[in-house]
Ligand binder design. Sequence first.
Ligand code: GLU
Length: 444
Amino acid sequence: MTVTVRFAPSPTGRIHIGNARTAVLNWLYARKHDGRFLLRLDDTDAARSKEEYARAIIDDLRWLGLEPAAIERQSARLARYEAAAEQLKSAGLLYPCFETEQELTLKRKARLMAGRPPVYDRAALKLTEEARAALERAGRKPHWRFKLPEGVTGWRDMVRGDVEIDLASLSDPVLIRQDGGFLYTLPSVVDDMDMGITHVIRGEDHVVNTAVQIALTRALGGEPPRYAHHSLLVGKDGSGLSKRLGSLGIGDLREKGLEPETIVSYCATIGSSLPVAAHADMEGLAEGFDPAQLSRAPARFDEAELELLNARLLHDMPYDMARPRLAALGIAADKDFWEAIRGNIARMTEAADWRDVVKGEIAPVIAGEDREFLARAAELLPPEPWGEETWKGWTGALKEATGRKGKSLFMPLRLALTGKPHGPEMSKLLPLIGREKALARLRG
Ligand code: GLU
């Protein structure tokens, strides 16, 4: 049986770091088992679903490197859900209810006051044929509830271990709204069955849904998939992240200049027993992935950690991987340049600053008291060709000639040659800058 998983966002917004984590965990699982990773757009809510969001989700996944094997849309499968609903109706498992929102609220309150759980009382099941016909004649349109079976539903969750939920503690779920629209539950179950989903990996906010979905799968004659419910992201202080998620869209992180591997690595390792680390090789990451590594405790999201991870990824990034990204930013760069500067950037865009130092124009920083020293340095610049040892030979000669050493020897040179107090090793930068530019900068 081919491992088949799905990432099932509703296209009612763009994906943020929280959804992306679900996508990443599914993708890793599929990769690890040579399986299939599907994108399923849960777009039965026609009023809120938008094509622009669907496209953005597809783009964001592609950018992250999580290419789905197929893209399914629930809006294209309504006939299939109608058929499943008919099947349940004829088995007496999907029944029409006529209560208004208001009536339901009153019922809930009454039960709570009586000290009973606020579950639906199944009054609609007790309606006589005549009463039902009268309601319909009066123009009332039903919504439809699934009749949950008796007893406890349990499963062995790949993250949480054995989970048991007493179905008596739940209301019969509404599957079809009064306007005939399907809520998420039935389409999801039908799709999981039809698409051969073997493992459902999603957030723990769906644990209760799972109990219902297992019951519904069985009612439709199917075999439930395996489930894994990962914990949710919280802020680094432990507070909920939901309000901040708006600014943590994958599109926003991309615009901030983070690399896709940074985000995937972060999503793969936070909230797990693995150390948070940057992985350039996503296949390797998949190799070592196991949902059992995921902790049940909430995963703490820290944007600073994400930034740090990005810097680490760049520091070790091979030239072949960096080259197309630099090119996309319009930064012409050869291997020597990349290897000289990669340890000093936290975002790829910063490579442009070093490109200017090496190839373009900068404003040399020269303090009054260093003018004479720098003039001497210019005189002592050796002829080209230059290599990594040039810097050592040159500054050695300069030390001898001027008596300067340490910071007072090196810092004025760095400031004049690069315009900055920090940066890559000068022994690597100097040959990239070249004699002509170096001379001009030393002379201000
Ligand atoms: N559309 C649902 C959501 O985004 C899918 C949940 C699931 O079954 O994975 O929460």
